[in-house]
Design a protein around this ligand. Structure first.
Ligand code: ACO
Length: 431
C-alpha cells in the first residue's frame, strides 16, 4: 500500500513538513494536520470549517459539484422513489437496508414508543401560547434527560438503541403538542396503527370533536420530505450534536443542542424565512427590487432558499422536491396559489441573473419545502420543527457513530488570538 503525503513549506524558516494523507472510499483526500502544532507550533485557520473534515464517517456522502447525495451509498433519487422514511431511518442507523422482518420490527418499535410521559406533556403549560414551537421543542427534548434515566449510559449499545427509537418516535408527538398548545386545542394522542407521517398529520389536525381522515397525498409528500431531510453529513446542526456529544453529555441534551442550531435562518430556519420573504415580496412586479437588494453588499437582505455551502451546481433534493411540489399543488387543487406562482417567477429570474450564476447560487431544498408545508396547511412557524423531525434520524446516526469511534476526542477547536497582548491592571481612578 502506498502511503500518500502532503508537503507544506514554511517560507519564514525554509523548513518543510510532510503530512500524512488519508483517502476515503470516494471524495477528496484529507491531510492529517494533528502533528502541525506539536511539531511546528502553528494551528490551521478555517472559519466556518469550509476545508476541514471534523471526523470520518460512513453515513452520508455529498459531491457538491456534481449534485450527488448518497445515504450509506444509495443515491437519494432511488431512495426518494422507492423507499419510505422509516426504511431510510433504519438504513441510516444500521448501515444496510432492512429485510422485511427487520423493517417490521423497527416500525413496531417506533410506533410503540410514540407516547410522551404525561409529566413531560404538562411542561407545555409552562410556555406562553405565543412561544415559537422550536423553543418549546428544544426545551422539551432537552428535558427528556430528566425522564428517561434508563437510556443515559452512552456506552451501553442497547440503551443507545432505545434512546434512538424514543427520539425518532416521540418527536412528532412533541411537535404536535407544541402546535396544539399554540392553538389552545386539546392534545391528540398518537395512534400506533397509522404510519409515521399519517399519525403525525392526525396529531396535528384532528380534534376530539370531529372525524379526521388523513389525506394520503399529504402523508406521501411528508414522507418524501422527511427522506430528503433525514441526513446531510457534517452540517451545522449535526456537527453541533457531535460536538456537544463529544463531551459525554447525555444524548437528549446533545439532540436538543442540534435542534437549537437548526433553528437559525441560514440553516433549518430557511424554509420559514422563504415564506416570510415571498410574503414580503408580495407580487411579481417587486421581484426585481428584491433581487437587486440581494446583490447589494450594503444591504443585509439575501434571497432565502438560494445558495448552499456544499452544492454549487444544483441541490439534488431541490430537483426531487420541485416535482412533488407541483404534484401536491395539482392534487390539492392549489395550482393558482399566488405564493407558488411568485416562487416560480423568482426562481426563473434568479437562475438567469449574472450575479446568481457567477456565485453559483441555486434554489436549495428549502426553497420548495415551505411551499409544500403551506399547501398541507402547516403554519410557517412549524416548518423548522418538521425539518427537525426528519433530521433527528441523521443526528442520532451521527451521535452513535461518534460514540463508538475510537478516534473520538472531546471537540475543542483552537483560535487565532487578535486581542490585547498581556497588560497590567489599572486601578479604576486612573482609567
Ligand atoms: N442571496 C444573495 N447572495 C448570496 C446568497 C443569497 N441567498 N447566498 C450567498 N450569497 C453570496 C454571498 O453574499 C457571497 O458573496 P461574496 O462572495 O460577494 O461575499 C457569496 O454568495 C458566497 O456566499 P457565502 O455566504 O460565503 O456562502 P456560505 O457557503 O457561507 O453560505 C448559505 C451558504 C448560508 C446557505 C447562504 O447561501 C445563505 O445564507 N443562503 C440563504 C439561506 C438559506 O437558504 N439557507 C438554507 C441552506 S440549506 C439547509 O440548511 C437545508
Amino acid at each position: 500500500m502506498t502511503s500518500k503525503t502532503f508537503s507544506l513549506r514554511d517560507n519564514s524558516t525554509g523548513g518543510q513538513v510532510e503530512l500524512d494523507v488519508r483517502s476515503g472510499t470516494i471524495g477528496p483526500d484529507v491531510v492529517e494536520i494533528g502533528s502541525l502544532y506539536p511539531e511546528k507550533g502553528v494551528f490551521t485557520y478555517d472559519p466556518g470549517f469550509a476545508s476541514t473534515a471534523s471526523c470520518s464517517s460512513t453515513i452520508t456522502y455529498i459531491d457538491g459539484e456534481q449534485g450527488v447525495l448518497l445515504y450509506r451509498g444509495y443515491p437519494i433519487e432511488q431512495l426518494a422513489e422507492k423507499s419510505s422514511f422509516l426504511e431510510v431511518a433504519y438504513l441510516l442507523l444500521h448501515g444496510e437496508l432492512p429485510g422485511q422482518a427487520q423493517l417490521d420490527s423497527f416500525i413496531h418499535s417506533i410506533s410503540t414508543h410514540t407516547m410522551m410521559n404525561e409529566t413531560l406533556l404538562r411542561l407545555f403549560n409552562g410556555f406562553h401560547t405565543n412561544a415559537h414551537p422550536m423553543a418549546m421543542v428544544a426545551g422539551v427534548v432537552g428535558s427528556m434527560s430528566a425522564f428517561y434515566h434508563d437510556t443515559m449510559d452512552i456506552y451501553d449499545a442497547r440503551q443507545r438503541e432505545i434512546f434512538s427509537h424514543r427520539i425518532i418516535a416521540k418527536l412528532p408527538t412533541i411537535a404536535a403538542a407544541a402546535y396544539k398548545h399554540t392553538l389552545g386545542q386539546p392534545f391528540m394522542y398518537p395512534r400506533n396503527s397509522l404510519d409515521y407521517t399519517s399519525n403525525l398529520l392526525r396529531m396535528f389536525f384532528a380534534v376530539p370533536a370531529a372525524r379526521y381522515e388523513v389525506d394520503p397525498i399529504a402523508a406521501e409528500a411528508l414522507d418524501l420530505l422527511f427522506i430528503l431531510h433525514a441526513d446531510h453529513e457534517q452540517n451545522c446542526s449535526t456537527s453541533t450534536v457531535r460536538l456537544a456529544g463529544s463531551s459525554g453529555t447525555n444524548p437528549y441534551s446533545a439532540i436538543a443542542s442540534g435542534i437549537a442550531a437548526l433553528w437559525g435562518a441560514a440553516h433549518g430556519g430557511a424554509n420559514e424565512a422563504v415564506l416570510g420573504m415571498l410574503e414580503e415580496i408580495g407580487s411579481a412586479k417587486n421581484i426585481a427590487t428584491y433581487v437587486d437588494r440581494a446583490k447589494d453588499k450594503a444591504d443585509p437582505f439575501r434571497l432565502m432558499g438560494f445558495g448552499h455551502r456544499v452544492y454549487k451546481n444544483f441541490d439534488p433534493r431541490a430537483t426531487i422536491i420541485r416535482e412533488m411540489c407541483h404534484r401536491v399543488l395539482n392534487q390539492m387543487g392549489q395550482t393558482d396559489s399566488p405564493v407558488f406562482d411568485l416562487a416560480l417567477k423568482l426562481e426563473e429570474i434568479a437562475l438567469k441573473d449574472e450575479y446568481f450564476l457567477e456565485k453559483q447560487l441555486y434554489p436549495n431544498v428549502d426553497f420548495y419545502s415551505g411551499i409544500i408545508y403551506r399547501a398541507l396547511g402547516i403554519p410557517s412557524s412549524m416548518y423548522t420543527v418538521m425539518f427537525a423531525i426528519a433530521r433527528s434520524v441523521g443526528w442520532v446516526a451521527h451521535w452513535q457513530e461518534m460514540i463508538i469511534d475510537p478516534e473520538t476526542r472531546i471537540g475543542r477547536p483552537r483560535q487565532l488570538y487578535i486581542g490585547a497582548p498581556q497588560r497590567d491592571y489599572t486601578p479604576i481612578k486612573k482609567r
